[in-house]
Design a protein around this ligand. Sequence first.
Ligand code: S3P
Length: 183
Amino acid sequence: MHASTEKRSQMSPILVGLMGSGKSSIGRRLAKALEMPLIDLDKYIVEKAGQSIPDIFAEQGEEAFRDLESQVLREALLGPPAVIATGGGIVLREENRALLKSHPPVIWLKTSLEFLAGRIDGDSNRPMIAGGDTLKTLQQMAEFRYPLYEQCADLILPRGDMTRGESKRMILEFLKQWQNRGL
Ligand code: S3P
């Protein structure tokens, strides 16, 4: 097997970032380009629980959701290489941060909060923003979570007005360099 192909097959790029930053949609594009499967942890949780995310929050509570989130992260990292799209709160637990740090490369999709608010405002599938001022909630989340994303990230991608396609290309470029580091 060609060396770079062999290395590629051992890598599981993990996408982190706040809600609406494009983890699932960019993850899908990346997985296609890298010819790898995509594991979307939120989807995996919904399948496992047999319930939607709002229903898990409402009926079992946020802690139960976070337990499931840690469990699916562990399972995804034990499985074959894949692009892994996480939920925005993956960095909240110390055990998850430790896993992320020990499974590089982790890519933080960093987007302006106004852009995010525009994308997710009124989304009934996101219990963390239900019934509140979306921008304010995102500001509070950013204050608490940004240092945590930063701790775990090998690449911080400031998306600005970058499209998903451009973001994908930048990440692929980074991954190429990352794979060849130290060679
Ligand atoms: C959450 C983000 C969501 C989902 C859940 C909690 C969060 O995922 O995991 O609603 O705490 O930020 P997305 O980031 O894919 O929206």
